[in-house]
Design a protein around this ligand. Structure first.
Ligand code: FES
Length: 159
């Protein structure tokens, strides 16, 4: 006698499906808690930029207007800004803690990460907060034709 119509077997397969779905839900919610904790405990490694990068005229105009700019070189975000003495500086814009984009706070002469209130000085050294390492520094030069070049291949040594 075929047991396709057996209500007990149907009930068992439905129960198995529900068990699997509950297991997946439990694993997903566990991973959503564990992953951020692991990222917090083991911060990101240093990022790499690719070669010298000439700023466009639009970038230069924005830099003159706002005194700061974030540009990309490959996958690297670079914060270019003008300090109080009108000296151009360039730092890796990726926070060394969990990778948020940092910003220049001209009034306080510091680099600030809004994610966990990490603070760096204008040379990229950690002042306070959870970032484990300083921000990488890049040299920024003005060419004879007035254009600005961020020398991402001449990365200064991290302290
Ligand atoms: S990502 Fe946590 S302080 Fe920047």
């Amino acid at each position: 006698m075929p047991d396709e119509g057996c209500p007990l077997k149907k009930k068992r397969s439905r129960r198995g499906f529900i068990d699997i779905m509950l297991g997946l839900g439990f694993m997903g919610s566990t991973a959503s808690v564990v992953y951020p904790v692991l990222r917090y405990l083991k911060p990101l490694g240093p990022s790499g930029a690719q070669g010298p990068m000439k700023l466009t005229k639009e970038d230069q105009a924005k830099l003159e207007r706002e005194h700061m700019l974030i540009v990309r070189s490959g996958t690297t975000r670079i914060l270019v800004f003008e300090d109080g003495q009108q000296k151009l500086r360039a730092l890796d814009a990726r926070c060394t803690h969990e990778g948020c984009t940092v910003q220049f706070v001209p009034g306080e002469s510091l680099i600030w990460c809004a994610c966990h209130n990490g603070k760096f000085d204008l040379d990229g050294r950690v002042l306070s907060g959870p970032p484990p390492r300083p921000l990488a520094q890049y040299s920024c030069t003005r060419e004879a034709d007035g254009s600005l070049v961020v020398n991402t291949d001449r990365k200064k040594e991290e302290a």
